[in-house]
Design a protein around this ligand. Sequence first.
Ligand code: MTE
Ligand code: HPA
Ligand code: MOS
Length: 752
Amino acid sequence: MKNIDSHSHVRGESIYVDDIPERQGTLHGAIVTSSIAHGKILSIDYSKALKQPGVVRILTYKDIPGQNQIGGIIPDEPLFAKKEVHFQGQPIALILASTELEARLALHHVEITYKAKKAVVDPIEAYNKGMLHIPSRTFQLGNTTNAWKKCAHVIEGKADTDGQEHLYLETQGAYAYPVENGHITLVSSTQGPTAVQRTAAKVLGIPMHKIEVDVRRLGGGFGGKEDQATAWGVMAALAAQVCQCPVKLILHRMDDMKMTGKRNPYRSTYKIGLDKNLNILAFEADYYQNAGAAADLSPAILERTLFHCTNAYYVPHVTARAHSCITHIPPNTAFRGFGGPQGMFVMEAAIAKAAREIGVPARAIQKKNLLSNGQVFPYGQKVEECQAQPTWAGLEKKHSLHKIDKELQAFNKKHDHLKKGLAIMPICFGISFTNTPMNHARALIHIYQDGSVGISTAAVEMGQGVNTKMVQVAAKVLSIDASRIKIESTNTTRVANTSPSAASSTADLNGKAVEMACHALVKRLTKVAAKNLNAKLSDVTLKDENIYIKKKKSSFGWEALIQAAFLARVSLTESAHYSTPKIHFDKSKEKGHPFAYHVYGTAAFVVTVDCIRGRYDFDAVHVVHDFGTSMNRIIDLGQMEGGLVQGIGWMTMEELLYNQEGRLMSNALSTYKIPDIYSVPKEINVTFLHTDGNDMAIFKSKAVGEPPLLYGIGAYFAILDAVQQFNPKFEPEIYHAPFTPEKVLMGLYGDF
Ligand code: MTE
Ligand code: HPA
Ligand code: MOS
């Protein structure tokens, strides 16, 4: 089934927040922000700004009737700064004017004086000063202290990853309007409608039922709108409440880049120990997460780093410590992989460095240590239905790694200034919110009298195709044509108390709820059919819009059945709640069974480095991936390709830079390079590994949103391999992604 949005997307007819026709009297917002990273506000003069044409009002912390607080996990983030500022771009006030241009022009007339304090932008510096959002956490398995003695090789090193800008095509934004009796409707580009509703209620000082949050779709979220759509939604709602008129707030691209948090940069140190047969015996690491000025989702992200610290490998002795460091940059946040990729990069760096010191290819160590059933993850969950070795074997067989390797060697012998590199990247990603209470969802289904169907769920469509999957689930269980089904907007009045659409779990959680509700409806309708056809209930089945009695098609079709049910006063509406069974986690022990299941796969990267210019091209990426039994191969392939390229971007060209004063230097698309069509690998081969799939996945079709990004890590190590083919002495002091062309040149010609 094609993505149900493809038609309207291609024709430019899909509606995003900024496309909603404006109501009469709409005011537009522009945000006054801090120009320094850390310090005190000494004075603010709004008088000139207020006199600018079109300006209606300026809202500050003084205008907040409820709490000036939007922190999601920890209440440490004001909506508008009061006296202190903690990052450049921190909101201080909201200017409201008749047009967007007038609001923006007035920004230049706000006069603020500050007393600046020193900014800290480096997480290790912050750690040494004791600047932490939460106490550090440690995952432990076995006993590393004793294990080192048994190791033939012990290697230590450092590995850093930079942040990543989400660059959703649709920037952050919201549109709010007052309805009667102090109620507010809030259209928000958010992955978490309930988070926006809850926080708006808190800031506005009104109960949640007075705020209806509505989301049609997002032009991309990638985690950047899991928590960080909230501020803009709340500002719009506040302004609508105060001014009693519609308020629209859409961030311009450069403002969005400046004000919002990104993937957390990490700095890490590690120690890895292997026996003489290349078995990894012990692994120790310290992860210094650059969390930014407020906790946001960083504590949860930190946890996922620990969950993924050994990637797809079995390590019997592990001590992994993670530190969420406070710095004076915008609060960093969820980004596809949610801390997992940052942890996995360190493991891969450790293996790469160990391989070099021992004098074997990295893939010899990788292959030797792949997970298998019956082993245990550092957090106590048992390894089950493990596809680490089968996907690796599939890659070897299908894409004959051996042959690729030989071709590379021949090529490199023949060419002086072009070198090819190869890296293999196995992945293992846990599916479920690591915070167990978040793993639930709901669906509300109406069958209308004419047989058409409307479905509401907690799922937010952000390009990942979840709405299409919801249609598929309902069509299959109700056994009707997909054209009869409409997916409604995600709305807190229809489906309340939702978790954000995130953790790759949206299709599983909401799909299961849709499945349950549809089964209940089918059960009820089957009774109606049996009664109308004077048949035994157990003989009746509903299939392809027809009623069958003992496999014989009756004359009674879907529409007639619905009519009959309606006339018999049988409810045609059903709601269901699904919560993931079996999962649990005990934070006091850091042990449990946090994930419904794991997703596995293995990728091979082939890169060619131009050793004169430092440029590189990816010749091919071959992937063997465990989709379970994919319910939509087109959508899943789209997720694979998009995630892979996004991961390659993070590892190669997206260089996010804050200077010592906490100013974002890569603040536009002219200074922040994201992958384009030219940087996509020339060949992307995806093989669907045939597995039974897992019952915890909707229709046994495994979650696919985040895992593909993880493959991107292989890009770094393929480039490293090629550079070392040219300059065998090259050994980075710190394995530091992204591997930009500048870093490649240094590696090619630096004297190491
Ligand atoms: N794909 C598109 N096109 N746009 C997005 O914003 N977000 C990713 C992934 N794929 C995203 C995407 C992230 S971060 C997550 S968690 C999942 O989709 C969320 O959707 P799912 O739970 O339905 O997989
Ligand atoms: N993944 C993604 N988003 C989240 C998670 C998680 O594990 N926990 C809270 N938000
Ligand atoms: Mo995705 S980072 O869980 O929104």
